[in-house]
Structure formats: structure tokens, C-alpha cells
Design a protein around this ligand. Sequence first.
Ligand code: A2P
Length: 327
Amino acid sequence: MQGNTHISHSMKTISLNNGHSMPAFGLGTWKSEPDVVHAAVKEAIQLGYRHIDCASIYGNEAEVGRALAEVIQEGVVRREELWITSKLWNDCHAPGDVQPALEQTLKDLQLESIDLYLIHWPVHLKKGTLFPESGESFLPYEEIPLADTWKAMEQLVSSGLAKSIGVSNFSIAKLDHLIQLAEIAPAMNQVECHPYFPQNALLEFCQQQGVALTAYSPLGSNDRPAFLKAENERSLLDNEVIGKVAEAHQASPAQVLIAWALQRGTAVIPKSANPQRIAQNLKATELVLGEEDMQALNALDTDTRYVTGDFWAMPGSGYTVDWLWNG
Ligand code: A2P
């Protein structure tokens, strides 16, 4: 299972509520440095990846775009065969800022339209703020009504710049609120999801509402910058139970985590910038876990996130972690 891979022809897809169909397995690009992401994206697409997850805040969309342009130009893949997701940053939630933000992303990615565009976080930052330095960098949540940002997102669909629209890091309450006010229902909620934090309630809600769920940080995102890490974090990849399941299938722990996510009906976007691991992760789309394996993995739930969101809750921001995830 860990060895050489080949193009997976049976790549699973997820049917979205707007009729579009998205490859369930994709390449994450958060934390892929600009100087390596170009090679990583090219390698992935050459091996058979068809879904690349991007965001303007990752600071590497121009390099991703160069890779996309090259593989298309080289005839490796046609644009229509690729599923490209990107995300609206928190400083561009004012309705007039939404389309220009996507236009910049499209320019960087060298694309005419995006397959899926997500509101990255339900948090507003002042225009021009990438990462907040103090509470001063934030705008109160009430200041830009979600209805207004969403209307601007809907216009992206009408104008053909985005095929599908959705959100990321939305709680059940916020997603419910959005569904009530939306003319075009959100197609996706992209959230952290893995056996330590399986998002059972949110996943059930999404399934009831016809919103697809993408699992981010599916391998535990061990390469997060130090300021986003807690002390004594538990490793997913070194977990004994996951290791045993992997051994039984002659697979790696990462492959087990990817297969678990796919078997629960979620999309999954493991990040790798390493050719062997990029290949290994794709090969996980062929791994089938048994009922007992799934149960053993489901029993690992400790209700712990790696990406806690506490960086939005700095003094004076007006945001709290509890509001973020439960409000
Ligand atoms: P690398 O990029 O060097 O392969 P996540 O997708 O949860 O954010 O996790 C990404 C982290 O997991 C990165 O540190 C990445 O390192 C590592 N990683 C990706 N694929 C594998 C794999 N198959 N086995 C072990 N680690 C992996």
C-alpha cells in the first residue's frame, strides 16, 4: 500500500447540493512554502490528484497557479478535470471587497473561475490585515452582516466567477443561520476533522442539510507554526490504535486517516510537499477499512482540536473561542 502509486481511476466524488461533483480526495496547500508548493502541485497532478485546496492567506497561490498553468499547458490535464478551491480572507468580508478578492486569487491561480470559494472564517479583520496584531485589528462581527457577505458570494456564482460557494470553520449555529438567509445554499463547510475530533454533530447536521464537509488537518497538521501549537499535543500519526490498523492493512497511519475520512463521506485534503508522501496519500484512496477498524478509530474521539481558534480571541478582539465554535 505504501509503495509506488498510479492514477486512481476510481477516485471517489462527492455530489454537492448544486449538482456539481467534487473529487473527495485533494491536496492541501496550507503550510506548503511558496518555493516547494509549485513542485508539490505538479507532482500531485501528474500522479492523478484532481483536487487542490488553496487560500489567499496561504501566501502561495501564485506558485500554485504557475504549477496549474504548466500541467494544463503540458497536456497532463484539462482545466475541466481539476477541482480548485480557494478562500476569502477575513479582511475582505465587506460586500464590495468580495469580488476583487476572488479576482486577485484567480489572477494568481491563472484561472478564469474557481470551482469552490469559501468564506475562510466567521471573523472580520480590518481591510489590509492578514494576521491580527492586537484587538485593534478586528471589526465586530455585527458590523458586516453575514447576509451581506453571502449576497456578494452569491453574485460570484451569477457572474460565473465561482461555480460553488461555501464556508469554512462554521459552527452548527452559524451554518444554520446562513442556510436560513441564503438564496444559494452553502455547498460546503470545511472544518478540522480527524479521529480525535470527528465532528459527529456537525457532520450529522451537514448531512441533514445537504451541505458537504471537507476535513482539514486530517493528519494532525504537525507542521503548524509554533504559535498555533499547544504544549504536549497528542500525535495522530503516532497513535497506537491507528498504527495497529495500519499494520493490519500494510498501510501507513496517514493512509488509514485518509481512508477513515473518505469512508465517512467527507472530502479530505492532506497536505504534503514530499513526493513519496504525496504518492502514498493518493494510494490511500484505494484502502478499504472494515467495520471494526472504523469503530476502533471512532473510539479515539477526545474532543480536541489542533487548530483551536484562540488566535482570534485575543484581548480586545471582541471574539471568544466559545462564540467561534458554539455560537
Ligand atoms: P510533508 O509535507 O513533509 O509530507 P495535515 O494535512 O493534517 O495538515 O498534515 C500535514 C503534515 O503531515 C505535514 O507535516 C506533512 O509533511 C505530513 N504528512 C503528509 N503526508 C504524510 C504521510 N503520508 N506520512 C507522514 N506524514 C505526512
